[in-house]
Design a protein around this ligand. Structure first.
Ligand SMILES: Cc1ncc(C[n+]2csc(CCO)c2C)c(N)n1
Length: 216
């Protein structure tokens, strides 16, 4: 059994909880209060910038040059493609400043940075995989179950439900499976742990946006 198949079954309960979150259900219906989406977008803009730096660092540390190139391209994608989504929403919703990094974003960013700098590169690859894979599953699930045709969050949905994004995710999944093959069972277990932790942080990221959770 592939490492990714085995590992996804571990986070299936977290994924099921994510698709039933009010943030996701209301995003799907288009009824999510603008204030909550704006909070999410502002925090996500900090997240993306730091996530891209982690991807570039993983690229630099990858053993195979083809993986280095893939991660450098992922890093570029995080800045170019998703930043464009942010810029258009920042403009559309009149967001001028992003404010400051709130607790969950702070936690997630620092988890990614320390994992990609200090842990074995295979663990770092596993830690960034939920960011790709969960977004693709959530994007697909929203797209399939969508009722409203006039959704202010359609651009967000289309970014993650598209064919292009799916190909990117398959690439990230295949890289993890190929590095896992050369790992010991203990190392594979540590990869799984990093994957599970990042999945919990994905849940928390949406939950904190829904609750507008700040340091104060
Ligand atoms: C909290 C949070 N987690 C994941 C993503 C999705 N995402 C961000 S960068 C990237 C890879 C390259 O495009 C992906 C899939 C997000 N936007 N915000």
């Amino acid at each position: 059994m592939k490492w990714t198949d085995k590992t996804w079954t571990q986070i299936e309960p977290i994924y099921q909880k994510i698709i039933k979150m009010p943030f996701i259900e209301e995003l799907q219906k288009g009824t999510l209060p603008l204030e909550k989406f704006q909070f999410y977008m502002r925090q996500d803009s900090f997240y993306l910038e730091n996530f891209a730096r982690s991807l570039a660092l993983i690229g630099a540390r990858a053993h195979r040059v083809s993986h280095a190139l893939d991660f450098i391209r992922f890093a570029e994608g995080a800045i170019v493609v998703e930043k464009a989504l942010h810029d258009s929403y920042f403009q559309e919703f009149g967001l001028s400043q992003r404010g400051s990094i709130e607790p969950t974003t702070h936690h997630y960013i620092n988890f990614l940075k320390s994992t990609s700098a200090l842990d074995q590169v295979e663990m770092a690859m596993a830690a960034v995989l939920p960011c790709f894979w969960i977004y693709q599953e959530v994007g697909d699930s929203i797209y399939k179950n969508q009722l409203s045709e006039d959704n202010p969050y359609q651009k967000w949905i289309d970014t993650y439900a598209g064919k292009e994004f799916k190909e990117l995710v398959i690439k990230a999944i295949n890289i993890c499976d190929s590095v896992a093959e050369n790992c010991t069972p203990q190392q594979q277990e540590r990869m799984t742990q990093a994957f599970v932790e990042a999945s919990k942080l994905e849940f928390m990221f949406w939950d904190s946006a829904y609750q507008l959770k700040t340091w104060d």
